[in-house]
Design a protein around this ligand. Structure first.
Ligand code: SER
Length: 318
């Protein structure tokens, strides 16, 4: 039986993945960890305080629970990384290399590591960006993701470490607050809409980006981790896509449900990050190699969030 460690479990993806993996594998078989305190979103179950830059501490946790699989999510996201480029490099790279080296040394069964559409810079085609094309990222976050992808492929090819990876688009969930990403405006916007506030958007109205609803992202992750090794043909990281929209389009989708909602635009340094990324990406390799298929389009996601977010807010306030 797999014993799973999740790093960065208190983040947006981490908290939802922890809950889902605990449903599949049993609460005690999924160890949540984070440098932050445990939060309500990850629920009850084993939790370890863990700094992924501390290799000895990761080893200690792995030995304590006989971990066989790691979902290594701890990282700085794009906007936060631009504010602290040295920490971003250290956390995102040392963390990954620690996990990959431990996987090699302890012969772990499988590793998951998230990459991002941020690997692509202005030299990549903007629409339907292919799996293999010029990357040349212009953000420090993108640099860490390109380097990380190459390390993953290297550890698989040289040492047989079965590390699997997805290039996530912007992930939109309602269970956690935004975490310092450029695509996170599309999380915050629902909170403001429900509070009856005008949303001030830090991107321009036509800044289209590839996006995905969190439940699709969780499904993609778990699907990729479950397929037989021979199906995983891309050993850097798979493009995965679902929807693509700009701030004006998400605002329109919200207005269909909440007609009084208003948005205004005050682009800041994050617009430059968004401009360097694709508008939409081609994920045909993921679809053909391991059957990836998304479920939520923009309107379906909006309806689901506006239905469920009030329950979360009420719980947090009580
Ligand atoms: N959602 C991430 C960010 O905006 C991109 O991977 O940082």
């Amino acid at each position: 039986m797999s014993k799973i460690l999740i790093t960065g479990a208190c983040g947006q993806l981490g908290s939802e993945l922890t809950t889902e993996l605990r449903k599949i594998h049993g609460t005690d078989n999924v160890i949540a960890s984070d440098i932050r305190e445990a939060n309500d979103q990850i629920g009850d179950g084993p939790f370890e305080h863990l700094d992924v830059m501390d290799k000895a501490r990761i080893e200690e946790v792995i030995e304590k629970y006989n971990i066989t699989v790691i979902y290594h999510l701890a990282a700085l996201l794009s906007a936060n990384a631009e504010k602290n480029i040295e920490l971003a490099w250290k956390l995102n790279m040392d963390g990954l290399l620690n996990v990959l080296n431990i996987a090699r040394e302890k012969n772990l069964e499988r590793i998951f590591w998230p990459s991002s559409i941020a690997v692509f810079g202005p030299d990549a085609p903007k629409n339907d960006t292919p799996q293999n094309t010029a990357t040349n990222p212009t953000t420090v976050y993108g640099i860490t993701k390109v380097a990380g992808e190459q390390w993953c492929a290297y550890f698989y090819n040289k040492f047989g470490v079965d590390v699997r990876s997805l290039r996530y688009p912007g992930l939109i969930g309602y269970k956690s607050l935004p975490g310092g990403g450029t695509t996170d405006y599309a999380v915050d916007i629902y909170h403001k809409a429900l509070a009856g506030e005008t949303f001030s958007c830090f991107l321009e109205e036509d800044a289209a980006l590839p996006m995905m609803y969190m439940s699709d992202a969780v499904k993609a992750t778990i699907d990729l981790m479950q397929v037989p090794e021979e199906n995983v043909k891309v050993r850097t990281s798979y493009n995965v896509a679902a929807i693509s929209f700009n701030p004006a389009e998400i605002a329109d989708s919200i207005i269909k449900q909440l007609p009084g909602f208003e948005i205004e635009y005050a682009p800041d340094y994050r617009q430059e990050i968004a401009s360097s990324w694709p508008d939409s990406i081609d994920d045909s390799a993921a679809r053909s190699d391991w059957g990836w298929k998304h479920e939520f389009d923009l309107d379906k996601m909006t309806v689901d969030i506006l239905e469920n977010l009030p329950i979360i807010i009420e719980k947090a306030e009580s």
